[in-house]
Design a protein. Structure first.
Length: 626
């Protein structure tokens, strides 16, 4: 089967563009999924039990990677059991040198012998002003002890084109670069492309040893699934401690499954079995996280996930939900794009699986670009094009009191510039408060941007992913998500001050430590979101990055019940350019009824869970028990 003769041609024929291929050839399905096969396959049930037993253990390379090699032959193929030291736990270090030594995949000369993580290096280059801000707790979440997930390759590309076509395209790119001015960036680009070509060749060679053909376009649905799983595995093997989001794989696979079904090459039971095996194989990605990540989250964190839903749902997305329904004890992170045009039958299936205890991340379709996948931090992005950085979060309440106290922190007594005259009166002037707040926000956001520029540079220089980068667009598009928490409190302070219903609380040092006010309803549009977004748009970001904003009503890890979340109304639907986040524990209400209400209340990113023991918070799935 020649792909270019079997499917609708388009831009994807002459250019590497998996999204164009999917958009032209996918078959949206809006009816009830009566075609689904619900019986369980005994061999997969055995694998399900093996995986459950593995999760119950303390992860180590021997107990998981080696013992599950028969369970998931595709993505585990880079690892040789005899080469894996049994005493070294998974995620021993985020240092690339250590990762290569442990996993024995890359034979290239290590770039870094310092054994320092990017977090360690950030501490060395951070300015004294930034260190003061960290000391007072102004920033949380970034930089963290674990490296961020920022390169999200389009893992469909190799299945669609094969490594030989990608290598050919990269050699052409090298030829084009010969005509450009030989700057520092020019040299970096050429070196990077050469490394990508070397890694594509190494991947092709290793995959062939395992009986997986990736040099040419994959043949049939089974070949596509093999190529995709091999690609995911080898991409993870480059640096197993740093995960990535998947790239809307299911609509892509659906095209090949539906073709093989129509040709009589597969039946529906075969198709469901392929998706079940794919679903269970993805569970092995749980064991690649570093202890640094595990220590900063609850037990059994899981980051990697797939995005489904939207207005054009395919049959294979139903097959994936069917697998979720069959194996709910350890659900794969599933991010659902939900909108008014999403098929009702699909919403019913998601709601049904949620009732079985499976948590979901649900994102409003209005906030997503076409062909979007969802990063675990809630960022809609186009896989293979966008480089994503989650900047953690900044404390708006801390900024508020810093502005009132002339740049001094109430808790630590630490002062930051610009030092201004603090307010001393018990009777506040709203206009003066607002002026001081705007000045402090401008100063803090400038430091926030500088922090992220340093984090992005360090990760790009010291964390190398040649194979992942080979599956990215040659023109990088950087997106940085700046977070802000305690929006509810600060909005309440400002409303009370504006209405003249507030007074300052001062301590014996003369510092303002709180606001005493009458209860004020949170119904007016807050000024902070637009002010923050305007300030960020003016700041220079690394490689012309684009800032986006994510707001938290309270703390980033705070949980809300539905009634509480709906009472805030801090970001009305008209301000949908801002990301508004909520962690919801939904025990009684109907998911299909609640989600539209939350969207109308201004939320566009909802992490919703049915059970306390299996939560999803900020896109990270955690398991406290089974």
């Amino acid at each position: 089967m020649r792909i270019d003769e079997t499917f609708i041609p388009g831009r994807w024929i002459d250019n590497v563009d998996a999204n164009d291929f999917v958009n032209l050839n996918k078959k949206p399905f809006s009816e009830q999924p009566l075609f689904l096969v619900h019986n369980r396959t005994s061999s997969l049930d055995d694998k399900s039990q093996d995986l459950r037993n593995a999760i119950m253990k303390e992860p180590s390379i021997t107990t998981e990677f080696a013992s599950l090699s028969s369970f998931s032959p595709f993505w585990l193929s880079p690892f040789k059991k005899e080469d894996i030291p049994s005493h070294i736990p998974i995620g021993y270090s985020e240092n690339l040198t250590d990762m290569k030594a442990i996993y024995h995949f890359s034979k290239t000369t290590p770039r870094d012998s310092s054994r320092k993580t990017t977090y360690d290096m950030f501490q060395e280059i951070a300015t004294s002003e930034l260190k003061k801000m960290f000391k007072m707790g102004l920033f949380v979440g970034s930089p963290s002890l674990f490296s961020p997930s920022y390169v999200h390759p389009d893992v469909r590309t190799i299945a669609l084109y094969g490594t030989k076509a990608l290598i050919k395209e990269k050699k052409w790119r090298l030829k084009v670069l010969e005509k450009h001015l030989q700057t520092h960036e020019w040299m970096e680009q050429r070196l990077s492309i050469y490394k990508e070509i070397e890694q594509l060749k190494a991947f092709e060679k290793e995959a062939k040893k395992k009986g997986i053909e990736v040099a040419s376009p994959a043949q049939g649905a089974k070949g596509v699934m093999e190529a995709i799983m091999a690609t995911i595995g080898y991409c993870y093997a480059e640096n197993p401690s740093i995960p990535f989001s998947l790239s809307r794989i299911l609509p892509f696979v659906d095209i090949f499954l539906e073709h093989d079904l129509s040709e009589g090459l597969l039946n529906e039971e075969d198709a469901q079995c392929l998706i079940d095996d794919f679903y269970l194989s993805l569970q092995c990605l749980r064991f690649s996280l570093t202890p640094g990540f595990r220590n900063e989250t609850e037990m059994y964190p899981f980051v990697c996930g797939e995005t489904i839903g939207g207005s054009e749902v395919t049959k294979t997305e139903y097959r994936f939900l069917n697998a979720l329904h069959k194996y709910p004890s350890f659900p794969f992170n599933t991010r659902v794009i939900w909108g008014e045009s999403t098929p009702r039958a699909f919403i019913e299936w998601v709601s049904r699986i949620f009732e079985a205890g499976v948590p979901f991340t649900i994102v409003d379709e209005e906030s997503c670009p076409k062909n979007a996948s969802i990063h675990y931090a809630g960022m809609p992005h186009v896989p293979g094009r966008d480089y994503l950085y989650d900047a953690g979060s900044c404390d708006l309440e801390k900024i508020f009191f810093l502005s009132l106290n002339g740049g001094r922190d109430v808790d630590t007594g630490t002062g930051i510039a610009p030092i201004t005259q603090p307010l001393r009166s018990h009777e506040p002037d709203y206009e003066e408060v607002l002026r001081k707040l705007k000045e402090m926000i401008g100063y803090i956001l400038n430091a926030y941007a500088q922090k992220m520029n340093a984090v992005m540079y360090l990760n790009e220089v010291y964390q190398q992913f040649p194979l992942r980068l080979s599956l990215m667009d040659h023109i990088p598009h950087y997106i940085i998500q700046f977070g802000f928490h305690h929006l509810k409190r600060v909005n309440g302070y400002l409303l009370a001050l504006q209405e003249g219903k507030a007074s300052f609380l001062l301590d014996d040092r003369g510092m303002i430590t709180g606001i005493e006010s009458e209860s004020s309803p949170f119904t007016e549009t807050p000024i902070l979101p637009d002010l923050i977004e305007e300030e960020l748009e003016r700041l220079p970001l690394y490689k012309k990055g684009k800032p986006i904003v994510r707001f938290y009503t309270d703390e980033p890890q705070s949980n809300h019940d539905v009634k509480e979340a709906l009472s805030h109304k801090l970001l009305p639907k008209s301000m949908r350019s801002h990301g508004h986040h909520a962690n919801i524990l939904l025990t009684d209400d109907s998911l299909s009824a609640v989600i539209p209400e939350l969207f109308n209340a201004g939320y566009n990113e909802i992490h919703v869970s049915k059970e306390e023991s299996r939560r999803i918070k900020n896109g990270i799935q955690t398991f406290l028990s089974f």
